[in-house]
Design a binder for this molecule. Structure first.
Ligand SMILES: [Zn+2]
Length: 388
């Protein structure tokens, strides 16, 4: 069976340009991307999904085996089960991943030293804490019910306090894109405060999942010029744009991409790492894992099993049907050369080609199936004709 040597079967074999016009490639295209998995926190907020602390440890081990850099384990200030997870994971040796605790900036009524959420974050004893705060003026005034200036204080205080305790801080700018559309100066001011207080990453969040790729591109390019630290992207899938939005952000020079296995998450889900990672590696030629892309389908299945969710067989790359061929014309061609109807080699993501037998299959498909069972039949055999 003929196999192409190139990883991708895309006719556009060369990587897409990562540089906006005029910008040097090296400035927007750092060598290492950061895969930040939030299956155990944002994914756990999906309807019908409930992980026990033990489940979370098992998923974390799988994610570590896959080679992701960061695993967001949970929100210790909001969930006692997550406190238990952070206690348990301390004794589990991980090879590649760093476990991260997630939580909010302090409440306006609490001093930062006495804020229970901030305390729970420190008690989780992770080296990195992802702290989220408000970037959208609407949320500051209508959800928190405080002044815009007060919100800036919460951000500065909370980040600075965690830094003073020796923790590295990633800052999740919640609702950043909506905030930027409403009040760009204020949205930028929130992240300037986070960086000034010591945040080492700023993650731009499309929390409501309502942004289009061209909006993400424009805003990311502006923020990259304004922000002194590397950026991340955290996209939700309410317009089915989360994967596209994540990739577009990376094209502008964002280094960290947050998402979940199989795209599970609140409402319509998060950006799906099972699509983002192979797109990065196979289409954009951006190394994302440590040569472990072929583990992807197995990890996808593992998470679906633990989450008690029926795997989506039509899921790109990792679904059982992603490389399944049913039409007679397709089967005939794909058996001669898989590149005719497969955009990548299935084994690269741990998947496999399947030939389906149906009333549409024709002679080639049936012959392939028969041979798989060790039965040798000539193409002109009367039995084959009878079976068809
Ligand atoms: Zn989210």
């Amino acid at each position: 069976m003929a196999r192409k040597s190139s990883q991708s079967r895309s006719s556009q074999g060369k990587p897409l340009s990562a540089a906006p016009s005029g910008a040097p490639l090296s400035a927007v295209c750092p060598a290492t991307l950061e895969i930040y998995d939030t299956t155990l926190r944002d994914g756990a907020q999906a309807e019908d999904v409930s992980f026990s602390a033990e489940d979370k440890v098992r998923v974390a081990q799988q994610l570590d085996g896959l080679g992701v850099q960061f695993i967001e384990g949970g929100w210790p200030g909001a969930n006692p089960k997550d406190i238990e997870f952070f206690r348990m994971i301390k004794t589990v040796p991980l090879q590649t991943a760093t476990v991260v605790a997630f939580g909010a900036t302090r409440k306006s009524s609490n001093a930062v030293q006495k804020d229970p959420n901030i305390r729970a974050l420190l008690d989780a004893e992770t080296t990195i804490i992802t702290l989220f705060g408000k970037s959208w003026s609407l949320h500051v005034t209508d959800a928190l019910g405080i002044s815009l200036v007060k919100n800036l204080e919460l951000i500065s205080d909370s980040v600075a306090h965690l830094r003073s305790k020796g923790r590295r801080v990633f800052y999740d700018a919640e609702h950043f894109f909506d905030g930027y559309k409403t009040n760009p100066d204020y949205a930028l001011e929130t992240i300037r405060h986070a960086v000034a207080a010591g945040a080492e990453r700023v993650i731009l969040c499309d929390t409501n999942g309502g942004s289009m790729p061209w909006e993400i591109k424009e805003v990311c390019e502006i923020v990259r010029r304004e922000c002194a630290v590397p950026l991340g992207i955290h996209a939700h899938n309410d317009c089915e744009m989360a994967v596209a939005n994540s990739l577009v952000a990376i094209e502008t020079g964002v280094v960290q991409v947050q998402g979940t296995i199989n795209g599970i998450g609140e409402r319509c889900g998060n950006a799906n790492l099972c699509s983002i990672i192979p797109n990065l590696e196979l289409k954009m030629k951006r190394p994302a894992l440590r040569d472990r892309l072929s583990h992807l389908k197995r990890v996808s299945g593992f998470v679906a099993e633990i989450a008690n969710l029926m795997p989506n067989k039509h899921q790109p790359y990792v679904g059982d049907s992603a490389f399944a061929h049913k039409g007679g014309v397709h089967i005939h061609a794909v058996l001669k050369n898989p590149a005719t109807y497969e955009h990548v080699i299935p084994g690269l993501v741990g998947n496999r080609q399947r030939v389906l037998v149906s009333d549409a299959a024709g002679r080639s498909g049936l012959l392939e199936k028969v041979e798989a069972y060790g039965i040798r039949l000539d193409k002109g055999h009367a039995k084959l004709q009878e079976l068809i």
